[in-house]
Design a protein around this ligand. Structure first.
Ligand code: FMN
Length: 208
């Protein structure tokens, strides 16, 4: 059972065109409920990453997972940048995402490895939403520290950390700016600013 918080209604995407409700409901909370994720759900979220598309099916994604209360989780918290520690340390689990930068077939650079990793993480986000969970991705991590502490091999790059859990009470956030952000509506650029109908910057020709 999940508890509804006011934030969940406020964060619904106000889309200009209809989108699937799983995409509409995904957002990145900082307030997480103090409860564990069922292992079966965590495995489903990781399984969703597994079934993502990737260039030549190379699957260049890797994940380090620490569940709250474990030693791994504490070591992971120590690798987050300061602004992320107060809230992400309350998540039910943390995940480091890693991309393999060399092609598994010919040892040449895999130009799209980061793209594949990001896409796998989006699969995780959608699966998490379907299970009543939320994820919050973080670029604010100490990459060199993670490389050393977690023995990341050469030709692999740590890209992000992910906090995952059930949405909690916005009032539980220590930081006032975070509390305000938790109850602010989500905003996006309009399509016309990033969809072009010809050369760069040319208006898209798609009409309703
Ligand atoms: C690659 C990436 C890095 C991010 N880094 C951070 C971060 O370090 N700290 C943080 O609080 N949020 C971080 N975010 C969350 C974004 O700020 C958030 O996704 C964005 O504001 C859109 O909000 P929404 O996910 O709720 O739609 C990151 C998101 C992504 C995808």
């Amino acid at each position: 059972m999940t508890t509804q918080h006011a934030s969940e209604q406020i964060k619904l995407a106000q889309s200009d065109y209809p989108i699937h409700e799983l995409i509409q409901r995904r957002w990145s909370p900082r307030a997480f409920a103090a409860r564990a994720i069922e292992s079966a759900k965590l495995l489903s979220v990781l399984e969703a990453a597994r079934w993502s598309a990737s260039s030549s099916n190379q699957q260049p994604w890797f994940f380090i997972v620490g569940q709250r209360g474990s030693h791994t989780f504490e070591r992971m918290v120590d690798c987050l940048m300061e602004g992320n520690v107060s809230w992400a340390s309350k998540a039910s689990a943390l995940i480091f995402t890693v991309a393999g930068l060399k092609s598994a077939r010919n040892d040449r650079p895999n130009r799209v490895a980061l793209y594949d990793l990001g896409q796998a993480v989006q699969n995780m986000a959608v699966q998490a939403t379907a299970l009543g969970l939320h994820i919050h991705q973080m670029g604010g991590i100490h990459v060199d520290k993670i490389n050393a502490e977690f023995q990341i091999p050469p030709d692999h790059t740590v890209v992000t950390a992910i906090a995952i859990g059930y949405v909690g009470d916005p009032e539980s956030l220590e930081n006032e700016r975070h509390r305000e952000g938790e109850l602010a509506a989500r905003t996006r650029k309009p399509l016309r600013e990033f969809v072009f109908g010809g050369n760069w910057g040319e208006e898209m020709g798609i009409r309703e």
